[in-house]
Write a protein that binds this ligand. Structure first.
Ligand code: FAD
Ligand code: UDP
Length: 390
């Protein structure tokens, strides 16, 4: 076999591994991908009718504070100066999101200073007393008070998670900043932008090396016997599937995207509009032209995508780990199995059952390369030694 390493999955995790191993170690890498395109969920394509770049698996915004990751990704693409901003449409009015002084003043029809707004929210979150917030609802109310929580968070979250928010982890709401300034940027990271010529061009450049072969429409499980035990494997597919669901299936949330081309040059004036009210069944609408205001797109047509969220069933794309207590129990068992699986490393969001942003998937792959793959290929270290790769 003229392959030194098999990578299962061509998302950011798998391609970072393939690129590093080919460029740094001169290894011959075969990447298997079961879809008919490269790139995992970050894949994007030109809408055939309008030429507008559409992110097929949901809008992807690149942001990071990790300088190593930023320098690494800049080898493959330049970035635009795009800064993500989101608005939310509640009871017929549009507010800035995440919640900031602008949202608070508009909602309470006031002109509070930062200190006045802080005092108001403190009063409105007093219902918790001295209690440490233990779940999503308590954390949400503690951060923004009950009225804002009910308007912007409660129903949106119910639609997105279909789970009683009391049973959701407080971490989920902690991802959203709350600001007592008029700064309405969505992310706090040092570096942010979108790839100038699109995600797919970036992903293809990562794989563009004479030692890397990407085989599309190839499911690892159909050819596993050829490779298992023959060559080291980095597996970025679902960890439960690898082990034949022996410990039970891990639960995921999936999304349904409804794409439409409309006969207008601008549908909503902004890339993402959230819909936090219970009478609207989707959670948000993306309008892709606004991700690239620097491009020349048609002035009479636009592409929008409505996003709906639900539990994944068999055959659905797994998008977000639900991560219930039962899931965590199963995951522990899968982790033990993974640790014992000879010559196979598990990585990426599916392989570790973790929500990973792109910069996290890339950062985690760089660590796996440094801590496990390089020592293995350079000095014969056991693949499973070498510390944590997350
Ligand atoms: P993936 O991209 O999922 O790649 C895994 C690949 O493995 C897939 O192509 C899959 O087909 C393949 N595969 C699986 N099993 C097999 C098999 N048996 N044989 C062959 N191939 C297989 N991140 C951000 O930083 N910013 C964002 O704005 C953002 N938005 C997101 C929005 C949505 C809706 C979602 C779901 C994710 C978003 N992300 C975002 C996260 C981003 O998608 C991930 O960080 C990235 O996809 C992780 O890369 P990965 O390689 O781990 O996984
Ligand atoms: N959220 C909300 N209302 C909003 C935006 C977010 O209630 O308008 C909540 C929701 O529970 C979501 C979480 O905040 O899951 C984190 O938001 P983020 O935008 O990071 O979610 P993602 O796009 O990753 O699903």
């Amino acid at each position: 076999m003229n392959v030194d390493l098999l990578v299962v999955g061509s998302g950011f995790f798998g391609l970072t591994i393939a690129e590093r191993c080919a460029n740094e170690l001169g290894l011959r890498v075969l990447v298997l991908e079961r879809r008919d395109h490269i790139g995992g969920n970050a894949y994007s394509e030109r809408d055939p009718e309008t030429g507008i770049e559409v992110h097929r698996y949901g809008a992807h915004l690149f942001h990071t504070s990790n300088t190593r990751v930023w320098e690494y990704v800049n080898r493959f693409t330049e970035f635009t100066g795009y800064q993500h901003r989101v608005y939310t449409c509640h009871e017929g009015q549009v507010y800035p999101m995440p919640i900031n002084l602008g949202t608070i003043n508009q909602f309470f029809d006031a002109a509070y200073s930062p200190d006045e707004a802080r005092a108001l929210i403190k009063e409105q979150s007093a219902e918790l007393g001295e209690k440490e917030p233990e779940n999503f609802v308590e954390k949400g109310v503690s951060l923004i008070g009950r009225p804002l929580y009910e308007a912007f968070i409660a129903h949106y979250t119910a639609k997105q998670w279909q789970t009683d928010p009391e049973k959701l982890s407080a971490d989920i709401i902690s991802r959203l900043p709350v600001r007592y300034t008029y700064d309405n940027r969505y992310f706090n990271d040092t570096y942010e932008g979108l790839p100038v010529d699109g995600y797919t061009a970036w992903l293809e450049r990562m794989a563009d090396h004479p030692n890397i072969e990407v085989r599309l429409e190839t499911n690892f499980f159909d050819v596993a016997d050829e490779f298992k035990g023959q060559v080291p494997i980095v597996y970025t597919g679902p960890v439960d599937e690898y082990f034949g669901n022996s410990e039970g299936e891990l639960s995921w949330r999936t999304l349904d995207f409804e794409r439409e081309v409309l006969a207008t040059g601008d549908f909503q004036g902004t890339p993402v509009m959230n819909y936090p009210d219970p009478d609207v069944s989707f959670t948000r609408i993306h309008e892709f032209r606004h991700f690239h205001p620097e491009r020349e797109y048609p002035s009479d047509r636009t592409v929008i995508m409505r996003e709906y969220s639900r539990f994944a069933e068999k055959g659905d794309e797994p998008y977000y780990p639900v991560n219930t207590a039962e899931d965590r129990e199963k995951l522990l068992k899968y982790r033990q199995l993974a640790e014992q699986e000879p010559n196979v490393l598990f990585g990426g969001r599916l392989g570790t059952y973790k929500y990973l942003d792109m910069h996290m998937a890339i950062g985690s792959a760089l660590s796996m390369f440094d801590n496990k793959l390089r020592p293995h290929f350079e000095s014969g270290a056991d693949l499973h030694s070498g510390g944590v790769d997350e």
